[in-house]
Design a protein around this ligand. Structure first.
Ligand code: 5GP
Length: 177
């Protein structure tokens, strides 16, 4: 068990299992995207570890770019405006694999897909290490899912609790009292 800030977490998905599953996904993606030079777009901060291990499991030429999603108040009456920061590659006519650490309600992934679609990519598929189907409110589940998890708060392997825990090799879940 580990403590981060004021909370206690217990082991949930171990590194070996994570790497094994990512290896399987890498094999599938390598087959599906052979000859297409896919561009991974990983959403920071949480996805840096899965991005690293997934890239290592790809056996075909592929590229990666990292983005952040920011939301700011526009000057018009439209309310909040979403913006993708850091995408400096032209994605027109490219095959995009959007990579997330975790899809919860699906709001983030939805936003990013919408923002990317404006630039006319050839295709966009989504891949997430963790998926919480019970919290999901989107229309379409991610195309590639590492693990389906219940509505628990998890940390480790890139995921944080108030910035701590990203360095952990395993995934931990919040310990219930
Ligand atoms: P969504 O937009 O799908 O509701 O959630 C997106 C973001 O919420 C994720 O990228 C992640 O930052 C955060 N999140 C959702 N569930 C968890 C969780 O169990 N643990 C951590 N560390 N972050 C989570």
């Amino acid at each position: 068990m580990i403590t981060l800030h004021d909370k206690v977490f217990e082991p949930f998905i171990l590194e070996d299992e994570i790497l094994d599953r990512i290896g399987t996904i890498g094999t599938s993606l390598s087959a599906e995207y052979a000859g297409k030079n896919p561009l991974f777009i990983a959403v920071l901060n949480g996805s840096f570890m899965v991005a690293s291990d997934l890239m290592k499991s790809m056996s075909i030429p592929c590229e990666i770019s990292f983005v952040k999603v920011s939301s700011y108040h526009g000057t018009s009456s439209t309310g909040r405006v979403d913006e993708l920061i850091g995408l400096n590659t032209d994605i027109k006519a490219r095959h995009i694999i959007l990579l997330e650490d975790i899809v919860d309600t699906g709001v983030t992934v939805d936003k990013v897909v919408k923002l990317l679609s404006v630039a006319e990519p050839a295709s966009v598929k989504t891949c997430t290490l963790l998926f919480k189907p019970d919290a999901f409110k989107g229309k379409k589940s991610p195309d590639y899912i590492g693990f389906t998890v219940p509505e628990l708060f998890v940390v480790g392997y890139g995921l944080d609790y108030d910035e701590l825990g990203r360095n952990l090799r395993d995934i931990y879940k919040l310990k219930e009292d």
